[in-house]
Ligand binder design. Structure first.
Ligand code: PLP
Length: 385
């Protein structure tokens, strides 16, 4: 059976080469070596120095490339390292169009570092292709989107953007952290580059930081390869191994997390104390139909608005099974307060416009028994101040 023909679940478990060809080890070995011996002058085993390439990292990179359907993958020390390195593609005077609803760290990178280096950014609602068309300038070189977006769960039509960027030779970059290749494969929909915070669903256990860039075209592979080894924010062998281990169970985790999320979103919707629920998998979510078209699942991220600030604070203080902590995607359920945590770097006026206020909470649903999660929320909402 050809590797390319395998189903997603099998690809996840078996990785690229899978185990060790030399010893038969089922678990891919951790090559904890900074450097590699040369057989002779002008000869190499294929590995010279681990910043450039390391066998464990190579296995992980080939695995993520296969999952996303790209020509090459690159593993970075964090998601931010991946995005920061990627943006070395651009130069002074380049203009980039960005989703207005964005991970706070990415916004900070653009505003605090890229801008200083002479790049320009337009933050717009990328759900509207018309908005994008109007924002294009002669110096527009890239479009960077999150879909579903963070934390307002806006869905952008990747395929529609693709047709549009092709004509204009603009690089289309998609942060696929929320859905992972298990549910959404942006390269197949026409994106040029996919980025990930591997810290989230791919690792899946809230124990490792990692980031990825996956490219579609050979020409782009060469560019990113140069940046990756030159900037040097590469993922360490042990962390590569943890990522490989996490990816093996991505399928069953995503399925269970989504199943839990659907139940919780429907439960939240019925709560009188909850004013609004943003979950892509609810049929009345405005991005529901588009999601069904371009993804095979909705993920497990829910944002919701409670009646008042005091209630939001009470929930954060009283949850016991769910942890009040930054981050998402792991087996443990986490609840976040975007206004003071993930989105603290976003200026107040933008936050206000998007709806990121004192009453908004973001829940990353884990794999626990859903009844325990619902009881925990119920008690946190109903409990003493
Ligand atoms: C967490 C996150 C990042 C940044 O990743 P790190 O691994 O924390 O550096 C980027 N994009 C999204 C959507 C994220 O959730």
């Amino acid at each position: 059976m050809k590797k390319e023909c395998l189903h997603m679940e099998t690809k996840l478990v078996h990785g690229s080469r899978g185990g060790d060809v030399h010893t038969g080890a089922i678990s891919f070995p951790i090559y904890q070596s900074a450097t590699f011996k040369h057989p002779a002058v002008n000869e190499s085993t294929g590995y010279d120095y681990s910043r450039v390439q390391n066998p464990t990292r190579e296995e992980l990179e080939n695995t993520i490339a296969a999952l996303e359907g790209g020509t090459a993958g690159f593993a970075f020390s964090t998601g931010m390292a991946a995005i920061a390195t990627l943006f070395h593609l651009f130069s002074t005077g380049d203009h980039i169009i960005v989703s207005d609803d964005l991970y706070g760290g990415t916004y900070r990178l653009f505003e605090e570092i890229c801008k200083k280096n002479g790049m320009e950014f337009s933050y717009i609602d990328t759900r509207s292709i018309d908005n994008i068309r109007k924002s294009i300038k002669a110096n527009t070189r890239g479009i960077f989107i999150e879909t579903p977006s963070n934390p307002m769960m806006k869905v952008t039509d990747i395929e529609a953007l693709n047709k549009f960027t092709k004509d204009n030779s603009i690089i289309l970059m998609v942060d696929n952290t929320f859905l992972t290749p298990y549910f959404q494969r942006p390269l197949a929909l026409g994106a040029d580059i996919v980025v990930h915070s591997g810290t989230k669903y791919l690792g899946g256990h809230n124990d490792t930081l990692a980031g990825f860039v996956v490219v579609k075209e050979e020409e782009m592979r060469e560019k990113i390869e140069l940046l990756h080894k030159t900037v040097g924010a590469v993922l360490a062998p042990f962390d590569c191994w943890l990522m490989l281990r996490g990816i093996k169970t991505l399928g069953i985790r995503m399925k269970k997390q989504q199943e839990n999320a659907i139940e919780i979103a429907n439960w939240l919707k019925k709560k009188e104390e909850v004013e609004k629920v943003y979950y892509v998998g609810l049929e009345d979510h405005e991005g529901y139909t588009l999601s069904r078209k371009q993804a095979t699942g909705f993920g497990a991220m829910i944002s919701f608005v409670v009646k008042n600030t005091a209630l939001a604070e009470k929930i954060l203080k009283n949850v016991k099974v769910i942890s009040f902590a930054e981050s998402l995607g792991g087996v443990e359920s986490l609840i976040t307060y975007p206004i003071t945590q993930t989105h603290a770097s976003i200026p107040e006026e933008i936050r206000k416009r998007l709806g990121i206020d004192e009453r908004l909470l973001r829940l990353s649903v884990g794999i626990e028994d859903v009844n325990d999660l619902i009881s925990d929320l119920e008690e946190a909402i109903e409990g003493e101040e």
